[in-house]
Design a protein around this ligand. Structure first.
Ligand code: HEC
Length: 141
């Protein structure tokens, strides 16, 4: 039994090398797929090494831009220059967690304080989140 548990733990470790945390309370973040979601290779690879494979990919950035307009622009402004929510392109994040792709993903997935709610709960797939992040990076000078 103990050996089985060790084996199980090791398998889990191999599947998810990065530990994703909830942006509000640092609890373990549940990355289970939402209804109908199938993890893409990009998402699987991101779970393993925390590197966003879409950064710098023009097609992904274009899709991310459309997703940003649908889901984020109302609060973060056109071009993410800020509005009701903070600017995402001024080089200073209120929440220092946003300085890494893992942290930004955590904020989008789990939600942060106030109006910044969970986009996993709003039906945004993790692949879309990675493309939105790639778009946000493409805006920085
Ligand atoms: C209903 C308004 C609203 C929407 C929609 C929204 N946000 Fe936010 N967002 C906020 C607010 C308000 C904050 C500041 C929360 C805080 O300080 O904890 C925030 C914070 C953030 C941060 C952290 C920035 C920092 O400087 O700390 C990131 C990254 C972010 N949002 C990304 C997104 C993305 C990507 C989307 C779309 C998928 C999105 N937000 C949609 C209101 C919104």
């Amino acid at each position: 039994m103990a050996a089985l548990l060790v084996a199980l733990t090791m398998t889990q470790h191999a599947l998810a090398d990065v530990e994703f945390r909830h942006a509000l309370d640092d609890s373990a973040l549940d990355l289970a797929p939402i209804k109908g979601e199938e993890f893409t290779d990009a998402v699987k690879s991101f779970h393993k090494d925390g590197v966003n494979p879409y950064n710098g990919n023009a097609d992904a950035v274009a899709t991310g831009e459309a997703q940003f307009e649908d889901h984020c622009q109302a609060c973060h402004g056109a071009g993410a220059t800020g509005g009701m929510g903070p600017s995402l392109v001024d080089g200073v994040y209120v929440n220092s967690r946003a300085n890494t792709d893992v942290g930004m993903f955590e904020i989008i997935h789990s939600g942060a304080s106030g109006a910044m709610r969970s986009f996993a709960e709003r039906g945004v797939a993790q692949d879309q989140m990675l493309k939105i992040i790639a778009y946000i990076h493409s805006l920085k000078k």
